[in-house]
Every structure is written in structure tokens, then in C-alpha cells.
Design a protein around this ligand. Structure first.
Ligand SMILES: [Zn+2]
Length: 251
């Protein structure tokens, strides 16, 4: 909190990984949720007048395992909907845990077909976005995490454009903002934020609002790569500053 105030933020959102019904060390345990909520609400009161504190959750899409309505009871100020897992026969497999585990999934579930894997990821993002129940679409092309420089596959397949267009249509229909996430840049995985610049331009063309997020896991990274991301936003045609209670950049 002190870092956010020192950096001159007028608002800060907390969006820890919400509880899931799958065993995963990255997500908070259901029994820890109340302590998390109470702490953020406490900070909200403590810092009133100094900085707006928003109580959020990053909510996981787990196809066939857990519906997004699972999060309805949590009474957050805002939610980020994200796909971190692909599900096969009731088993969840993390997309972004490590390059090795991702490659194992592509080999075992997609016969080594990277394009099929990426398209399956995008289909999941589309289904989640169409289902709705959240305000911000998290790192919509997280699937690219380990593919800097196209080391695993070309990111230029025409099928990807079509898949992303369908996601953005669903976002527009449900009035969901697209997250511009600098987390992978801050942690050295990618040289530019999610989503890719061509997707950002598509967002602008469709007048979709965007939400800039450092996805910081520590105070030092709260505004990591914001100047670069703001340059990209301007280059994509976004102007002006953030607006509204969620500080979205209007499309
Ligand atoms: Zn995430």
C-alpha cells in the first residue's frame, strides 16, 4: 500500500488467484478467502481519502470442472476472468506453469500440434468471455508466454486472427474490458505486454476499453513497464487517461 501511495496511484486493485476446486499451489485455499477479503476491506477503510482500494479476484475458467458462477458468492468489487488451465476429462492442466509442463501437455494432448493447442486455448477464452460474470478479460493470449521470438511456433497463423476476433466480439457483447498485462515483461518472459500489439489495435478498432495491469506480485513491480505499455496504447490509438471506477482506458 505504501508503495502505491508513494508512486502516486489514485487507486489500487487486489486480485489474488481465487479459490478453485482443483488442487493448485498458485490459488488461495477456500479457507483463506475470508482473511484475504477482510484484509483488503480493512485497507479500503484505512486508506480512504488517500487511495481507492478495490477488492478483486482473478477467477479461473475451468471447463467442465467449475462454472464462473462459482465466484458469484464472493462479493468482489471487480473480477478478472482468466484461462490458466486447459481441462481434459475433468483434469486441469496449467498452461503457464513452466515451458516444460506446457510442452508435455502439447505432446500428450495435441500430438505435438502447437497450433491446435493455441486454438484450444483461444476457444476456452472465447467460451469464458461469452459466459461472462467478470469485468476484465485477463491476459487473453497468455498461451504465448514461452514463445518469445516464435521459438515454438509461428504466431502468424490466420486461424489465430479468427480465434482472437471471436474473443473480442464476445468481450464487446458482454462489455468486458481487455487487460493489458505487463507481468510477463516484468518477470522476463516476454518483451512486450499481453495482448500482442496487433490484438491491441483490434481492440481499439472495436472500441473495447482496456485495463492496464502490472500483475505485480511484489510492491516494487506495481508500475513495471507502464511507460512502455502506455506508449503501445497510444500507438494503438488509445488516448486520454483512465476513466470510471475501474480506471479503464475507454475504447
Ligand atoms: Zn493470471
Amino acid at each position: 500500500m505504501r508503495a502505491a501511495v508513494a508512486k502516486g496511484f489514485d487507486a489500487i486493485g487486489f486480485s489474488d488467484h481465487g479459490p478453485i476446486t482443483v488442487d493448485c499451489a498458485c490459488n488461495m485455499r477456500a479457507e483463506d478467502f475470508a482473511a484475504y477479503r477482510d484484509e483488503v476491506r480493512r485497507l479500503q477503510t484505512l486508506f480512504r481519502g488517500q487511495i481507492d482500494v478495490l477488492f478483486g479476484l482473478e477467477c479461473d475458467w475451468l471447463k467442465g470442472i467449475q462454472p464462473m458462477s462459482f465466484y458469484d458468492a464472493f462479493e468482489t468489487d471487480y473480477r478478472i476472468g482468466s484461462v490458466h488451465f486447459l481441462c481434459f476429462d475433468g483434469e486441469a492442466s496449467a498452461v503457464d506453469f513452466s515451458a516444460e509442463s506446457q510442452e508435455r501437455m502439447v505432446m500428450s494432448q495435441f500430438n505435438g500440434d502447437w497450433e491446435a493447442f493455441v486454438l484450444d486455448y483461444y476457444r476456452n477464452v472465447e467460451a469464458m468471455t461469452a459466459a461472462g460474470g467478470f469485468e476484465i478479460l485477463g491476459h487473453l493470449d497468455l498461451v504465448r508466454k514461452f514463445n518469445e521470438g516464435g521459438r515454438l511456433y509461428s504466431e502468424k497463423a490466420a486461424a489465430f486472427n479468427t480465434a482472437v476476433a471471436r474473443i473480442l466480439e464476445a468481450a464487446a457483447d458482454n462489455r468486458i474490458a481487455v487487460e493489458v498485462n505487463t507481468g510477463a515483461v516484468g518477470r522476463g518472459w516476454r518483451s512486450s505486454p499481453y495482448p500482442a500489439f496487433w490484438i491491441l489495435k483490434e481492440c481499439r478498432r472495436r472500441h473495447l476499453p482496456v485495463a492496464l495491469n502490472s500483475d505485480a506480485h511484489a510492491p516494487g513491480g506495481l508500475d513495471a513497464f507502464y511507460p512502455q505499455a502506455l506508449d503501445l496504447l497510444r500507438e494503438a490509438g488509445y488516448g486520454g487517461g483512465p476513466t470510471g471506477p475501474l480506471r479503464l482506458f475507454e475504447g
